[in-house]
Each structure stands twice: as C-alpha cells, then as structure tokens.
Write a protein that binds this ligand. Structure first.
Ligand code: FAD
Ligand code: NAI
Length: 476
C-alpha cells in the first residue's frame, strides 16, 4: 500500500501517539506507525510506558501495596485478616488486563481522531523536505508512505550491564521484572534509580529479600538531599538493603541463580548470590532499524536524535521527541513535546518549560519534586529561603496512618518566587501538581500560603511548608 500523509509519526508510545492525535486534531492527515505486539501478536500501541513501564509498574505497585497493608497495616485499624494469601498469577493477569485496556484505548483514540495506524516497523527510505519524506513500513502488510512532516518518537531500550546479557530468566530488564511468575527468595537490583526502587519495592512487599547495588556514592543524588535522606531511612526500615559506591566486576548465571561479584565503597571484594537480578542502570535511545543513515538524520555523540530546543532535527520537516531525544526520560515530557511539535507544524509557537516538569518516584513513601533542589541553588549561588512541614503534624496523614516525610518549599530570598518543591510522603505524586501550577504561574510562597486548602487534607502540608518559608507555620 502506498499513501501520502501530512504527518507520519514513527513510534506509538506516549510521545508518538499523543503527537499523532494532536496533529489530527489540527486538521492534518496523520499516520502513526508502531511495532509493539501483545502476547497474542496483535498491535499493542502505547510503547514502553503502556506495555512494560509506567502502567504495569503502577498496577503492580498498587497490588503489592494492598498486600503489604493487609499483612501489616490493617491490624492497627482494628482489621484482622486470617489466612492472607498471595496469587501472583492473578496479580500479573490483572496487570496484563490493564495494559491491554490501555492498548485498546489508544487504538480507539486513533479511530476517533482519524489517525491511520500501521502496525510494523517504520524506516526512512529516502525523499526530501521538498518531495516529501519516504517511510517504509515492514509488518504484516508492507507499505510505503510519503510524509510532508515526520515525527520520530521511537523511544528507548534498557541499558545492559557490560558483560551480563539480559535473558529475562535470571537477569531481568524492566519487562522481565514486571513478569516474574514466582516471588524470588532473593532479588538483586543493579542501580538504585527510579526503576530499581519501584520494582525492588514491588517484590520486597511480596516477600523477596531485596539488595540494591548502586554505583554512585550518594543515594538518589539528583533528588533534594533532605528528601533522599528521609527516603533512604524509610526504605531501609522496610528492609531494602541498599549499598552505594558499588563496582560490579562479574555477573555469572547458572541453573538456579546469579552470582554477582562487586567491590563496595571500601573497595572490599564481595560475592553475593541471588535467585534473580534486575538490571536497571538507565536506558538508551532507540534508533535501531530507523535507517537514519538513508536520509542523513543526525544523532548526537550519545546516540540520541540530535534536536534543538523545539525538537527540530538537522533535516527540515523532520522532528524528534520523547526518550529518543535529550532531556528526562518521562512519559509526560514525551507527551508535551509531541503536542508542541504538532502545534509548531501548524504554525503555532508553543513552549515546553523543562524547569516545571515534575518527577515522581512511586515508592512508599512516594517522592515527587519540581524545580531546583537546595544543593543546586547553593551551587548556583542563588539566595533562597526554605520551609518544610512534616506529615507527622498533618491531621489527614495521621488519619491515613501514613506520616512519613514532609513537604519542602524553596523560594527566592528577594522575590519570594517558588524555585522548587520537594515532597516525600503519602500521595506526593498528586500533591506535586499544585506546585507545578504555582511555578508555571510564577507564584510566590506567600501566594500558596494565602490560598485556602481543604481540611483535613494532605495538601495542607504544602500550604504549611509555604508558611514555613516565612517562619510562620501554624501547626508545627
Ligand atoms: P516509548 O514509550 O519507548 O515508545 C516508542 C515506541 O516506538 C515503542 O512502541 C517502540 O516499539 C516503537 N518503535 C521504535 N522504533 C520503531 C520503528 N522504527 N518503527 C515503529 N515503531 C518503532 N515515565 C513516567 O513519566 N512515569 C512513570 O511512572 C514511568 N514509569 C516507568 C517504569 C518503567 C519500568 C520504565 C521502563 C519506564 C517508565 N517511565 C515512566 C518512562 C516512560 O516509559 C518513557 O519516558 C516513555 O515511554 C517515553 O515515551 P516515548 O513515546 O518517547 O517512547
Ligand atoms: P535511572 O537513571 O533512574 O537510574 C539508574 C541508576 O543506576 C543510577 O542511580 C546509576 O547511578 C546507576 N548505575 C548506572 N550504572 C551502574 C552500574 N554499572 N552499577 C550499579 N549502578 C549503576 O535509570 P532506570 O532506573 O533504569 O530508569 C530509566 C528511566 O526510566 C529513568 O531515567 C526514568 O526517567 C524512567 N522511569 C521513570 C519512572 C517514573 O517516572 N516514576 C519510573 C521508572 C523509570
């Protein structure tokens, strides 16, 4: 099949499918090509996020948290559960159903918005900005498309540990770690980043003895230091063993497990044996099979598609967004770039503010932040005031039985403009939205302090942190 489109999007993850929908909304004839297949071989658009990332990990985090609460927290509420059981197969089946619902939801949205979907691998085969770019699709059906504009949204893949192949039997990437059919007795995790902490938490809650091996000397070095300290304390109390400053020298698998040799911060050599090992040491841009060379699409020195601030590549009318370009590897960042590019193609001048992209780690306690950390402000020589408020002093948190952590607000010493908000504690993922709105609107800490917040709610902790910037918290 040969067809011509105004916009062809290669990749149907959160960056690509959202870009395609927005382009179609703006009146462009739009196609989206995605190669992900479900277990049944059917199209499964949604990319890493929907299939082996955001969605399935949050499904398992929720299930495992219920299990942990039922086993440990309910008692305090006066609820006794006899014969608590765990059916991992049912838990995984629920997660898989949620993934499939999301895949089908995206296919429905394509139909609704008149986006033509191609299931298969898209690769540049030639063309130009003047004649139109040519994209070949290899799938159940072969197609040759011509596009006035191309948006590359091919995402990322797990970074392997040198010398240790991912087999998803014993050495697991994110896909394998989301599909373990039995709770391992011992689980090693290489990398104390977002995936390591989220998926390490899932399997610890379900009964695994989890050891996290992190190369850097500091735990969560990119996070505000006070938050990282509080989170480390909480994770260790839960039973996560976290070793920093680790250098892994050898990983060897055998029939029943994995032996990991490493040296720790004191350079002492250690060998530890795990039933399973998760490798979560970052992700790499995914450009394999795109045939970027055919058109001279430029990659940067780290293999990302090279783009400017507006996601323009070196080729006219070829754009790139999401994990395959610089910047944080987050679904919502990919989505924002997708919308912005579609609007730029339509002649608009949208702007994505990287300073107000929120980060969330969905552990318990949750960790969420937006803007700059205290250590960054110090390093940049910016004068600031800081206010913190502990959940221990928040009525709703006490009623929930979840009082770990705090909200911390950083504001410019002269103008009082909010420069960063850092939360560790219950529902931090939801609470951070207020801080993002505040920063987008250039709010001061006093603005938040003067806004009426519902009582009793966790959001009162944000208001109190704002009051604390001016040393006038009311409840602490
Ligand atoms: P992707 O989602 O990777 O999608 C790219 C798509 O393009 C894929 O379907 C791929 O198969 C397809 N593709 C690639 N090449 C071609 C080709 N040549 N032709 C056709 N199709 C192609 N982010 C968050 O914001 N919140 C979270 O809670 C979160 N949790 C995560 C948990 C895990 C375990 C992981 C691994 C990631 C998580 N992320 C999370 C990160 C998030 O998944 C990514 O940032 C996001 O998926 C990037 O979107 P994307 O559209 O750029 O790429
Ligand atoms: P990450 O970048 O978050 O963490 C990787 C960690 O591995 C770092 O702490 C790094 O120092 C460490 N590391 C690197 N090499 C190592 C080695 N050889 N030995 C030991 N440790 C080593 O990457 P991660 O966790 O793989 O996740 C990838 C991306 O996916 C993240 O950057 C994030 O953007 C995204 N993601 C987002 C989530 C969310 O928003 N909640 C959830 C999960 C993933």
């Amino acid at each position: 099949m040969a067809a011509e489109f105004d916009v062809v999007v290669i990749g149907g993850g959160p960056g690509g499918y959202i870009a395609a929908i927005r382009a179609a909304q703006l009146g462009f004839s739009t196609a989206c090509i995605d190669d992900w297949s479900g277990a049944d071989g059917k199209p499964a658009p949604g990319g890493t996020c929907t299939n082996v990332g955001c969605i399935p990990s949050k499904a398992l985090l929720q299930s495992s948290e219920h299990y942990e609460h039922a086993g440990h927290a309910f008692k305090e509420h006066g609820i006794d559960i006899a014969g608590l059981g765990l059916d991992v197969a049912r838990m995984l089946a629920r997660k898989d159903r949620i993934v499939t619902q999301n895949n089908q939801g995206i296919l429905y949205l394509f139909k609704k918005n008149k986006v033509t979907f191609f299931h298969g691998r898209g690769a540049f085969s030639g063309g130009s900005a003047v004649a139109g770019w040519r994209i070949g699709v290899e799938g159940a059906q072969k197609s040759e498309l011509t596009a006035k504009h191309v948006i590359v949204a091919t995402g990322s893949t797990p970074r392997p540990l040198p010398g240790s192949a991912i087999d998803n039997e014993r050495v697991l990437d994110n896909a394998g770690a989301l599909a373990l059919s039995v709770v391992p007795k011992t689980l090693g995790v290489v990398g104390a980043g977002v995936i390591g902490l989220e998926l390490g938490s899932v399997w610890r809650r379900l009964g695994a003895e989890v050891t996290v091996l992190e190369a850097l000397p500091a735990f969560l070095g990119a996070v505000d230091a006070a938050v990282a300290k509080e989170a480390l304390k909480a994770f260790q109390k839960q039973g996560l063993a976290i070793h920093t400053g680790v250098r892994i020298t050898k990983v060897a698998t055998d029939a029943t497990g994995v032996n990991v040799e490493y040296s720790d911060a004191s350079a002492t050599a250690q060998t530890v044996r795990f039933d399973r090992l998760i490798v979560s040491i970052g992700r790499l841009p995914h450009t394999l099979g795109l045939n970027a060379e055919a058109v001279g699409l430029k990659l940067d020195e780290r293999g990302f598609v090279a783009v400017d601030d507006d996601c323009r590549t070196n080729l006219p009318k070829v754009w790139a967004i999401g994990d395959v370009v610089r910047g944080p590897m987050l679904a919502h960042k990919a989505e924002e770039e997708g919308v912005a590019v579609a609007e730029r193609i339509a002649g608009g001048q949208p702007h994505v503010d990287f300073n107000t992209i929120p980060w969330v780690i969905y552990t318990s306690p949750e960790i969420a932040w937006v803007g700059r950390t205290e250590q960054q402000l110090k390093a940049d020589g910016i004068a600031y005031r800081s206010g913190s408020f502990p959940f221990l002093a928040n009525g709703r948190a006490r009623a929930l039985g979840d009082t770990t952590g705090f909200v911390k607000m950083l504001a410019d010493a002269a103008s009082d403009r909010i420069l960063g908000v850092h939360i560790v504690g219950p529902m931090a993922s939801e609470l951070i939205a207020e801080a993002v709105v505040a920063m987008e609107f250039g709010a001061s800490s006093e603005d938040i302090a003067r806004i009426c917040h519902a009582h009793p709610s966790l959001s009162e902790a944000t208001k109190e942190a704002a009051l604390a910037v001016d040393r006038r918290a009311l409840n602490a």
